[in-house]
Design a protein around this ligand. Structure first.
Ligand code: CDP
Length: 217
């Protein structure tokens, strides 16, 4: 089975790329950020998101995670992303989720000719022997604009839009910094990853670049 690892910063285009590649080649795709987001969402739902109760409960939630449930829910709020990034610093939680991701890959072997995982530590930790590794990034201003567009909000005043953009930039910078400076599985490109900056290219141009690399053109 071909294994493709895609890592990168928030809203860099890694998720869209992973979905487009999975469609093109008929590979299975796992957005690993959803696992961290799901644990974070459950903590918020159960009112256990205070710093004292985090460790105690997130392991239990992580152990019972059901991959099939992940797509059904709205896990894409900034509140969930922020808590996801906080709990993602815990080594024991990562161990549980790492195992689940590896099991997912193992179980896909007989059903698919390839798998694509996207996240923060796929090329370095989860699939160190991946056939292809990509690290996707873009300027924080561009990434915040993309995230704002995804939210599909219509603003009455231009100033409201500017405010929201500024707050997204601030949140993203904080999350990037926490993700890349944590001790366990920090967000760093694998040595053998292809680094692509998507600040000036569209999702389709990115796909084209990556397909060329995969197909050796
Ligand atoms: O979609 P976006 O890139 O904004 O975030 P995500 O991929 O859903 O991930 C949310 C958070 O989960 C990240 O900020 C990371 O802290 C954490 N995460 C991680 O630590 N390792 C992964 N493989 C995936 C996500």
């Amino acid at each position: 089975m071909m294994k493709i690892a895609i890592d990168g910063t928030a809203a860099s285009g890694k998720g869209t790329l992973a979905r487009k590649l999975a469609d093109k080649y008929g590979f299975v795709h796992l957005d690993t950020g959803l696992l961290y987001r799901k644990v974070a969402k459950e903590l918020i739902k159960q009112n256990k998101n205070s710093s004292e109760s985090l460790k105690e409960y997130d392991y239990e939630i992580a152990k019972d995670l059901d991959f099939l449930e992940l797509r059904k829910e709205d896990l894409r709020t900034e509140e969930i992303a922020k808590l996801a990034s906080l709990i993602a610093t815990q080594s024991k939680l990562r161990e549980i989720l790492d195992l689940k991701q590896k099991q997912f890959v193992d179980e896909s072997k007989n059903k698919f000719s390839g798998c694509i995982l996207d996240g923060r530590d796929i090329g370095t930790k989860i699939l160190p022997n991946a056939d292809f590794k990509f690290f996707i990034d873009a300027s924080v201003e561009i990434r915040a604009k993309r995230r704002l567009l995804e939210k599909n909000i219509s603003f009455l005043h231009e100033n409201d839009e500017k405010c929201m953009l500024q707050s997204l930039i601030k949140e993203m910078k904080a999350r990037d910094s926490l993700d890349s400076t944590r001790v366990v599985a920090p967000l760093v490109p694998a040595k053998d990853a292809h680094f692509i900056d998507t600040s000036l290219i569209s999702a389709d141009e990115l796909l084209l670049k990556v397909v060329k690399i995969i197909e050796g053109k």
